[in-house]
Design a protein around this ligand. Structure first.
Ligand code: G1P
Length: 289
């Protein structure tokens, strides 16, 4: 059994109702932040963290995702003939290595836990990462790379966390913390979307996980939790006490691209970090504001 994290699961079956009407015919993961689809940020973060196999849990209407990571020969030929080197490079960057990415369907929206469970046979018996692509991070090194480094020290299960305003706990999975050194928090419990008065802390799960395959034993039970969905948080909670379980605070900025403000903010932040765009964008923004 491999000990290092080679595989990553990307749950991309969601309907994207928060971004309608944009997501009526286009998968929400294909909306662009500057000039790359949202999903590509998570895939590049995974690549930079050493991930070798990419598993997408999809649903109907998501075939644009498959095409995006595949090779487009026609485009290749045209760009080559026209000597469009930079464009060719951009297209190549979006490709995944042949035979190292796969797609599995989640036939019904039964929850995040169920989506991850759909990938169980492709993951097999080894640790794996989960990246929720709605969450885009501006971080160097990337958030998953930071987690892989910490995983080398503590092993077990590791989830990226950050403090949220106490009134927002009902939007997130929330940690019950045993002890905390300011970066790593040993977890003694997890609650999915508690009301503020019931939340054990305000430390929330953000969308990056490194998990042991035993989590599938609990997902197999298909138990329903918050919102009557099969929750990943509930299956993870069962691992506490059996295996090391830590939350890790990361360095970097987070953008919730499933939310209109988060999506626009991500576009501004990523564009401002591009030297060829920054000055002109600053001028345009000043004029608008
Ligand atoms: C999911 C998880 C939740 C986590 C959140 C992070 O919730 O269930 O524990 O805090 O992602 O984005 P969702 O946003 O899919 O409702």
């Amino acid at each position: 059994m491999a000990n290092h994290v080679r595989k990553a699961v990307f749950p991309v079956a969601g309907l994207g109702t928060r971004s309608l009407p944009a997501t009526k015919a286009v998968p929400k993961e294909m909306l662009t932040v500057v000039d790359k689809p949202v999903i590509q940020y998570a895939v590049e973060e995974a690549k930079a963290a050493g991930i070798e196999e990419f598993i997408f849990v999809t649903s109907r209407g998501k075939s644009a995702l498959e095409d995006h990571f595949d090779r487009n020969f026609e485009l290749y030929d045209v760009l080559t003939q026209r000597s469009k080197t930079a464009e060719l490079e951009a297209v190549r960057e979006a490709e995944l290595p042949v035979g190292q990415f796969s797609f599995v369907r989640q036939p019904e929206p039964l929850g995040l836990g169920h989506a991850v469970w759909c990938a169980r046979h492709i993951v097999g018996n080894e640790p794996f990462a989960v990246l929720l692509p709605d969450e885009v991070f501006k971080a160097d090194p990337g958030v998953l790379a930071q987690m892989v480094a910490a995983y080398g020290q503590v092993g077990g299960n590791l989830i990226a966390v950050r403090e949220v305003a106490p009134e927002l706990t009902a939007k997130y999975g929330i940690l019950d913390v045993e002890h905390d050194d300011g970066r790593l928090a040993a977890v003694k419990g997890l609650v999915e979307k508690p009301k503020p008065e019931e939340a054990p802390s305000n430390l929330s799960i953000v969308g990056r996980y490194i998990l042991q395959p035993e989590v599938f034993e609990f997902l197999d039970r298909q138990e329903r939790g918050a919102g009557n969905e099969i929750q990943l948080t509930d299956a993870m909670a069962r691992l506490i006490g059996r295996q090391p379980f830590h939350g890790i605070r990361f360095e970097g900025d987070r953008y919730d691209c499933g939310d209109k403000i988060g999506f626009v903010a991500a576009n501004v932040a990523f564009a401002l970090s591009r030297p060829e765009l920054a000055d002109k964008l600053r001028e345009s923004l000043e004029a608008v504001i």
